[in-house]
Design a protein around this ligand. Structure first.
Ligand SMILES: Nc1ncnc2c1ncn2[C@@H]1O[C@H](COP(=O)(O)OP(=O)(O)O)[C@@H](O)[C@H]1O
Ligand SMILES: O=P(O)(O)OC[C@H]1O[C@@H](O)[C@H](O)[C@@H](O)[C@@H]1O
Length: 483
């Protein structure tokens, strides 16, 4: 007798039949507030293209468009062992990447949750945390120590101006960071100093952004890759631009750079529309921006990325409570705590498969100490769907804009990050938005521009870029601006 065990509950029907009219009207209002029409997506994308161009001009614009000093696609023959670290918005990852030289690679890695206070700690604590994490990793992987210096690719997922591959001056912290003494400084010597302090046999040979790493790592295994995207704690994209289409680099390139060649660009497009010309910001987006450590910055990122989606939800719930729609006579003191809800909160609500939303009931009771009625849970479920869908639909504007800017009619857009990988229905919603922008009306697997799962950009990408840099140095080629 085969024991089938309990089957996964079917997806719920989600009817609103037992929801009072007043709540149904509120659902409609919230849908109007968060829905982005196909026409709006198209107009946002058009503006996005012009902003990408402006970022490459000498005058610049909202979007930084940072040259990454990676000049070529990997050949797939890159070979060797490289260390890589990835300082993201939520975790630090330490990797040992073994490049096979045949479009394959192996990864040995450890993940360290960033300390809760990391966003406002002293900068020395940040660099020490990284050095100690690397020291622990080396003890495990090289118990007998290492006789020679190990090259390290440092994936630094923040906007850093690069005049060379192994330098990067932090423009500004994003994702709620506010560590003093780092903005305006080159982070490579800061990290190197901490590594030397702990006598680690490591040399930082390349500083890369996680989106550039994602682009290069994915191109190593999939030559159809034309852009690398991150939908994680933050959002961003990288692509290869023609060197002669980067006005702000005129006169700054060494003679050995092929002007007909390519250069990886770390767009830093979380900053798109800081001027607030096209994005459909709600009052909740305005509050999040005004109460963030860097008001006026990262307008696009603050509407779509993992660090903020839970906070958008929290602010709307507070309004629904103040207007008497939910949580009547309940103690909502926990809900008053900023950022108490991370993006897994709306994600788990969207994954609740039960008609009575019993998982949602437990989640809100456990996390916030609030009892809910079934009609309230239906309203909260619709709100989670609206917030999640707005994120997915707006996220695609960056992809469409990069494709339009480069004149790409078909390619792979390699995406990574927990919002892309874990948020329920993100992929389907993103595919629908691509259909809306390009009027394809095709199933996702037939899309000419296909969003695909990326390779490990922060690990393998950093290693491959370190290998590309070594190859250039071995040929006596430059890695940065004319000195
Ligand atoms: N189940 C989930 N669904 C959607 N987002 C999630 C989920 N779990 C975590 N997240 C969000 O993903 C972000 C972490 O992204 P990730 O790519 O893992 O790390 P990093 O941004 O540090 O590279 C956090 O903002 C977190 O709120
Ligand atoms: O991988 P994460 O932490 O989600 O980062 C995504 C993006 O987050 C943005 O805030 C950073 O400015 C980018 O550099 C980064 O690529």
């Amino acid at each position: 007798m085969v024991h089938l065990g309990p089957k996964k509950p079917p997806t719920r029907k989600g009817s609103l039949i037992d929801v009072p009219e007043s709540l149904k009207e509120k659902v409609d209002q919230l849908h109007t507030l968060f829905w982005v029409t196909p026409e709006k997506l198209k107009s946002i994308t058009t503006h996005f293209v012009s902003e990408l161009e402006k970022g490459l001009s000498k005058a610049g614009g909202n979007i930084p468009m940072i040259p990454g000093w990676v000049f070529e696609y990997p050949t797939g023959k890159e070979k060797g062992d490289y260390l890589a670290i990835d300082l993201g918005g939520t975790n630090l990852r330490v990797c040992l990447i073994k490049l096979g030289g045949d479009r394959t690679f192996d990864t040995i890695q450890s993940k360290f949750a960033l300390p809760k206070d990391i966003r406002t700690t002293e900068s020395e604590n940040l660099w020490d945390f990284i050095a100690v994490s690397l020291r622990d990793f080396l003890h495990e992987e090289f118990p007998e120590g290492s006789v020679h210096k190990l090259p390290l690719g440092f994936t630094f997922s923040y906007p850093a101006t690069q005049t060379a591959l192994n330098h990067g001056v932090l423009q500004r912290w994003t994702k709620g960071y506010d560590i003093k003494g780092v903005e305006g400084h080159d982070v490579v010597p800061m990290l190197q100093k901490a590594l030397d302090k702990y006598d680690l046999p490591i040399e930082v040979t390349a500083l890369i952004n996680d989106t550039t790493g994602t682009l290069v790592a994915s191109a190593y295994t999939d030559p159809e890759t034309q852009m690398g995207l991150i939908f994680g704690t933050g959002c961003n994209g990288a692509y290869f631009e023609k060197v002669n289409r980067i006005p702000k680099l005129e006169g700054k390139l060494c003679d050995d750079v092929d002007l007909e060649g390519l250069m990886a660009i770390n767009c830093e497009y979380g900053a798109f529309d800081n001027e607030h010309k096209v994005l459909p910001r709600t009052k909740y987006d305005v509050i999040i921006d005004e109460e963030s450590p860097r008001p006026g910055q990262q307008a696009f990122e603050k509407m779509i990325s993992g660090y903020y989606l839970g906070e958008v939800m929290r602010l709307v719930l507070l309004d629904l409570y103040a207007d008497g729609f939910i949580f009547k006579n309940q103690d909502i003191s926990k809900l008053n705590e900023a950022y108490i809800l991370d993006t897994s909160f709306p994600a788990k609500i969207e994954e609740d498969p039960f008609e009575n939303l019993s998982d949602t009931n437990e989640l809100i009771q456990t996390l916030l100490g609030i009892k809910t009625t079934k009609p309230e849970r239906h309203l909260i479920r619709k709100l989670a769907e609206f917030v999640g869908e707005r994120s997915s639909r707006l996220s695609v504007c960056g992809i469409a804009a990069l494709a339009k800017k480069r004149g790409l009619t078909e390619c792979h857009a390699a995406a990574d990050g927990s919002v892309y990988n874990k948020y329920p229905n993100f992929k389907e919603r993103a595919a629908n938005a691509l259909n809306d922008i390009f009027d394809w009306n095709l199933p996702a697997d037939k899309h000419p521009i296909k969003i695909v799962a990326a390779e490990d950009g922060s690990g393998a990408g950093a290693a491959i870029i370190a290998a590309l840099a070594e190859n250039r140095l071995a040929k006596g080629l430059s890695l940065g601006e004319r000195s």
